[in-house]
Design a binder for this molecule. Structure first.
Ligand code: ATP
Length: 273
């Protein structure tokens, strides 16, 4: 099976400290960590924990990171699939993978299931993806719905899903007992961009002229993923220039490159420009 598991304590482990900003989202999702760590506290009170949590936000804002951090903080296994893997599949294969994913997660419970790009499988009927047969997609979606209905949170499995298009999802997915809890992530503001720069600078050898505040002010509208890219690009540029430390100049050039890349991308999307 293709279900990927991130082993406990592996070097891929993500914790909340790796995520800058997103304070509200972290606070909301922390309840899931508490549940995974001590489910009996919730059970004793008769509290029902949501089975499914939908993370909604623009690309690169940390949805995957947040899901991994829940697993990392609770120290439970992480099983993931991406909706895009279901595109152009033979009928029945997607449903079988979905079944397999839930089976594995239940065997290793408490655990997290993460479904990235859920809109690819979970689009409202009639709004199918151009490269995907409707039968196949509906088969996969129906299997997901059946799996969600087929277990109790007592099993200790929590399903997190991510999308940047909450509006296109089939309403069946959003019903109570399914993905009925939503957490919204936004592009980072200035202060948050400063914090994201700082997180990604932790592993770099920096020259003393670096000011995260200045870099953040030069990158409005950038996502966390864009900022991670800038930091790595700056280090690559510095290496190419045979510098001993990454300096402001390298960062400014990296920002230019990333802006250039973003402009190209938006030209493809809006050809009239
Ligand atoms: P997509 O919708 O494209 O799948 P996503 O919302 O799932 O994106 P992630 O995959 O979690 O985004 O983020 C991509 C990378 O961007 C992360 O691995 C991390 O390096 C960086 N990043 C994003 N947000 C943050 C943040 N708030 N703090 C630190 N790093 C971040």
């Amino acid at each position: 099976s293709k279900a990927r598991e991130m082993e406990k304590g592996g070097k891929n482990k993500v914790v909340f400290d790796d995520i800058a900003g997103l304070e509200e989202a972290k606070e909301e999702i922390y309840e899931m960590v508490k549940f995974l760590k001590s489910p009996e506290k919730f059970r004793n009170l008769g509290a029902k924990i949501p089975k499914g949590v939908l993370l909604v936000g623009p690309p690169g804002t940390g949805k995957t990171m947040l899901a991994k951090a829940v697993a990392g903080e609770a120290d439970v296994p992480f099983f993931s699939l991406s909706g895009s893997e279901f595109v152009e599949m033979f009928v029945g294969v997607g449903a079988a993978r979905m079944r397999d994913l839930f089976k594995k997660a239940k065997e290793k419970a408490p655990s997290i299931i993460f479904i990235d790009e859920i809109d690819t499988v979970g689009r409202a009927r009639g709004k199918a993806h151009a490269f995907q047969s409707n039968d196949e997609r509906e088969g996969t979606l129906n299997q997901l719905l059946a799996e969600l209905d087929g277990f109790d949170t007592d099993t200790g499995v929590i399903v997190l899903a991510a999308t940047n298009r909450g509006d296109v999802l089939d309403p069946a997915l959003l019903r109570p007992g399914r993905f009925d809890r939503h957490i919204h992530l936004e592009l980072p503001n200035l202060k948050e961009r400063v914090a994201i720069f700082k997180v990604h600078m932790r592993d770099l050898k920096l020259a003393p002229d670096i000011e995260p505040e200045l870099l953040a002010s030069q990158s409005p509208g950038f996502s966390g993923a864009d900022i991670a890219n800038i930091c790595n690009e700056a280090a690559l540029i510095a290496a190419r220039r045979e510098k001993k430390a990454v300096d402001k100049h390298d960062f400014m050039d990296a920002i230019d490159r990333i802006i250039g890349g973003l402009e190209k991308k938006s030209k493809i999307i809006t050809p009239e420009e």
